[in-house]
Design a protein around this ligand. Structure first.
Ligand code: 5GP
Ligand code: ZN
Length: 114
């Protein structure tokens, strides 16, 4: 989608530090990390947020959790633990309208959220 920051990262128009890539997904380092490990996993397909998911998108969302499992292992945080966050719309503070899952880890994360 034109004018979408993460679509531009997918196309390579905007550079990113890639951690993992396959046909359907991209995982890259967050530019403003809030934990020692902070990466984002996105579908390559433009979907604005979770509200916009269709039945057909369920496969890609399931696939993304497989990617999360793989990437957290490779990043060495699967055993110590990590948090997955996906913000939807204004109250949650979504700033980029392209579905993304934050992976946060590498330290003891604060609880609770919100
Ligand atoms: P949100 O606030 O929408 O849940 O998350 C958007 C995330 O994208 C933020 O954590 C922000 O730091 C990250 N971000 C914003 N612009 C860029 C960018 O140009 N490159 C990368 N790698 N991350 C970005
Ligand atoms: Zn997009």
């Amino acid at each position: 989608m034109e004018d979408c920051l993460f679509c531009k990262i997918v196309s390579g128009e905007i550079p990113s530090t890639k951690v993992y890539e396959d046909e359907k997904t991209l995982c890259f380092k967050d530019i403003n990390p809030e934990a020692p490990v902070h990466v984002l996993v996105i579908p390559k397909k433009h979907i604005s947020n979770i509200n916009e998911l269709s039945k057909d998108d369920e496969e890609i969302i399931g696939h993304i959790f497989g990617v999360i499992k793989k990437v957290t292992k490779e990043l060495g945080i699967s055993e110590s633990g990590y948090r997955i966050v996906s913000n939807c719309n204004e109250d949650a503070g979504q700033t980029v309208p392209h579905v993304h899952f934050h992976i946060l880890g590498g330290k003891k994360l604060q609880v609770p959220m919100g």
